[in-house]
Ligand binder design. Structure first.
Ligand code: ADP
Ligand code: MG
Length: 604
């Protein structure tokens, strides 16, 4: 869940970047709309008027460094869009005054620009001057819509470092767990099969980050000593069926095998032509294990056959046992030790049972050349309860627990990342401790702590503040909490949404001490309106309890004296935002005239 949330997370700063990226274009066209917008922000026009030339000069510098800076860093972080960063920095190069860029502190973005422009652009004074003139002219055309937004000293040095996708090189307070993993996995480097490992811990306790760190170390060490050891990482939240897990593994090993085959074939083809040309073929062949040219030909043919036989597994459609045997053959094609990391393994078992684990864990007894070892990572401490006892004992040969971080540990973690992520002195003293304290309350979740810090920085940046302050952290906390609510509400089953909507309608109409019966009445009418099944009042009461557990409503049991007991229900989330989310559901969006339903209650 966590991974998906973070990737699909509507990214506030992407929009920010897009805005910055288009600054120049928008600046060129001084349209009436722009003027209208600018009028709404008198401060912006005011600054422009005070000293137009100086202002525009400063803004140019900011404009030239900022958008490309952000883009350059985005490209760095993702490693996916180098073309973006180079095209952006070359467009800004024309306008780059050398004196201004000299006085700026050197940032990673500057280095990017230098590299992509090359020495000629920055060394050629006349060209630069001309560029500056052009920009001043450009700027006269613009209404300054973006200038002020860009002029503030940016808070971030490298925001990517705070994102969940970033794998830190240092993991404070996880040395013990990392060493435990390494001690077990080192067998793989000796050509032995490591024990299977099961890792437990709540979300945000550094399991994925630590596992990835260890796997990188393991692979690089295996390359260094040239031992055949490989790590395959699978996120079972995404790859959540036996078919997909086995298919992904099969295809990875088929790809690896193809590479090996291609390399051998090219060596053999070279050998063949050497032998053909050689005066004395026997001497040429003496260094190989092939005695005659026919043997070389045979080996080539063999490899070509192998290569043809290796058919990759389609994403769907094959019977599972065929996928399994394809994986089996692919992994066993070469001598090697393979560590399969199954992250979020609890999701796999929840969704598709423990067959995958059963099949994987008994493979070693049948493999001839290779050995596999499984490292399962689970957020759910109890997930082994659902496993077949054989799978459970095999998988849990070694167990490693990742305890929640306390506030002090979270502080260390944040401090490490903040040093790289923020400009010097961008954080006031209480920011990190407050983020750590909030996240410590969230079961010591480092992901939450980093989200808070990043969001606080973004809010400060948006508010054009010079530093991130305590108030930004508090606002960030509210924002993240609201985002969570929106996500929870959005993904509720329709029936629960209707129940929640009934509660909202009652509250919005000023009904106090809403009770279950009242919710049920409105619920029933809503169901009729949208043609949904009407559940019994008992079921609706259960749904209310579930909403209570999710923290969306608060339901307290109150005694009504001789009328028995009832539940009083109040909303624990912001009413307008929640209603908006509910109405964005196509079924609930169909509800018209919600008002009369509630009126009806008073009429009764
Ligand atoms: P889990 O897999 O246990 O849910 P992650 O490994 O994904 O948690 O960690 C969540 C976030 O916190 C990631 O961004 C990760 O880089 C960061 N993180 C967790 N533990 C540490 C640590 N000890 N040092 C630095 N960053 C950490
Ligand atoms: Mg994880």
């Amino acid at each position: 869940m966590e991974e998906a949330e973070s990737t699909s997370d509507a990214d506030p700063d992407t929009t920010g970047d897009a805005g910055a990226g288009t600054a120049e274009n928008t600046g060129d066209s001084g349209t009436a709309e722009n003027a209208a917008i600018t009028d709404e922000f008198p401060v912006e026009t005011g600054t422009d008027e005070s000293d137009p030339s100086a202002e525009s000069g400063r803004n140019d510098a900011a404009r030239d460094t900022d958008p490309s800076g952000t883009d350059g860093l985005t490209a760095d972080g993702d490693g996916t869009s180098p073309s973006d960063s180079s095209s952006d920095s070359s467009s800004s190069s024309d306008a780059n005054s050398p004196s201004e860029s000299d006085s700026d502190p050197v940032t990673a973005a500057d280095i990017d620009i230098e590299e992509s422009i090359g020495p000629s652009a920055s060394g050629d004074d006349s060209k630069t001057d001309l560029g500056l003139d052009e920009v001043v002219l450009d700027d006269d055309d613009s209404q300054g819509l973006f200038d002020d937004l860009l002029s503030g000293e940016p808070i971030f040095e490298n925001k990517e470092v705070l994102r969940p996708s970033y794998t830190p090189h240092e993991l404070p307070h996880r040395t013990e767990q990392i060493n435990q993993m390494a001690t077990i996995l080192v067998s793989a480097l000796r050509g032995e099969t490591p024990s299977n490992i099961l890792i437990y811990g709540k979300t945000g306790t550094g399991k994925t980050a630590s596992a990835k760190f260890v796997s990188q170390e393991l692979e690089s060490t295996s390359k260094k000593y040239d031992v055949p050891c490989e790590v395959e990482y699978i996120n079972c939240e995404v790859t959540d069926t036996q078919y997909r897990v086995l298919a992904q593994l099969a295809n990875k090993f088929i790809e690896k095998n193809q590479d090996v085959i291609d390399r051998r074939l090219s060596d053999l083809n070279e050998l063949r032509s050497e032998v053909v040309d050689a005066a004395d073929p026997a001497t040429t062949l003496a260094t190989t294990d092939l005695e005659t040219i026919d043997a070389v030909e045979d080996r080539i043919e063999e490899l070509e056959d192998d290569s043809e036989e290796m058919e990759s597994v389609p994403m769907t459609g094959w019977p599972t046992d065929r996928v399994y045997s394809t994986f089996f053959d692919a992994v066993d094609y070469e001598e090697r030790v393979v560590v399969i990391m199954l992250d979020e393994i609890d999701k796999l078992v929840e969704k598709s049972g423990d067959d995958t684990l059963y099949n994987l864990s008994r493979m070693n007894s049948e493999l001839n050349n290779s050995r596999i070892s499984i490292m399962g990572i689970s957020n759910d401490l109890k997930f082994t309860d659902f496993l077949d006892p054989r799978v459970k004992s095999s998988l849990g040969e070694e167990e490693i627990v990742f305890p929640p971080y306390d506030a002090n540990q979270l502080r260390d973690i944040l401090q490490h990342r903040a040093n790289v992520a923020f400009k010097k002195d961008a954080l006031t003293d209480d920011v990190i401790p407050l983020c750590a304290a909030f996240a410590a309350q969230e079961h010591g979740d480092a992901r939450r702590a980093l989200d808070l810090l990043r969001t606080a920085g973004e809010l400060a940046e948006r508010g054009q503040a010079d530093t991130v302050e305590e108030s930004h952290v508090r606002k960030a906390q509210d924002k993240i909490e609201l985002d969570r609510v929106v996500e929870v509400v959005r993904t509720l089953p329709t029936q629960s949404k209707i129940v929640l909507f009934a509660t909202i309608l009652l509250e919005k109409n000023g009904v106090r001490n809403v009770n279950t019966g009242e919710v049920f009445n409105i619920y029933k009418r809503l169901c009729e309106e949208i043609d949904a099944d009407v559940l019994t009042q008992r079921r609706v009461t259960d749904l209310i309890s579930e909403l209570d557990m999710l923290g969306i409503v608060n339901a307290v049991v109150v005694s009504k004296g001789r009328y028995g007991r009832t539940k009083e229900i109040s909303l624990s989330v912001p009413i307008d935002e929640t209603e908006a989310v509910l109405l964005s559901d196509s079924r609930l969006g169909d509800i018209e005239n919600a008002q009369p339903f509630v009126q009806a209650r008073f009429d009764n």
